[in-house]
Design a protein around this ligand. Sequence first.
Ligand SMILES: [Zn+2]
Length: 196
Amino acid sequence: MFIQELANIYSKIPYLNEIIPFYEISPQIELFLNQEIRLGANNLNPYRFSYKFAHDPKDVINLFIAFSASDGPLKRMYRYECSECEETNILSDEEIKNFKCYNCYFDGDMEKKEFLDNVKVIFEIKQPYLKEVKNRLKDQASSDIKSSQSGEAKLGSPTLKEIFEMNRLAKQPLDNELERLEEYIFRSLSRGLSSI
Ligand SMILES: [Zn+2]
């Protein structure tokens, strides 16, 4: 179960309780998960979550980084629009490390300094959890479906640069994999800068 997975992550990284305590976040994220999936989403947007429950976006992004470590119930995907052909690429950790546009095969974007600002990070709900919630929602009477508030502006996704910054500000490592990705991308960036 999604919430059980979060409980496991909290027990492995007790520091998360200093960011937002588990007893506070668990009912909120359960509600949010149901609402978002009901609206057809397959990912959770940390800005939408922060907005709905009045949390500091920084804190929520840090939790989402921990929830999307390799054994977590979320999976980080990266959305990037190619500077050559404008095709939107959706990439995994491995694909972003060796970025090459899948439409025009251009591979020079990773060496540009604005690359990190242009990559958006999406927190996808892993399939088994998505299915579990969809099944649960199917069993519920449609009468208790509340429509979501529309007062909320369209909130974008955080950028890769923001995610790296948040992760660095955390007092404890939240996901080592993300640190490795950062080192890797910074090496490509510095190669790009030194070749100018
Ligand atoms: Zn392209």
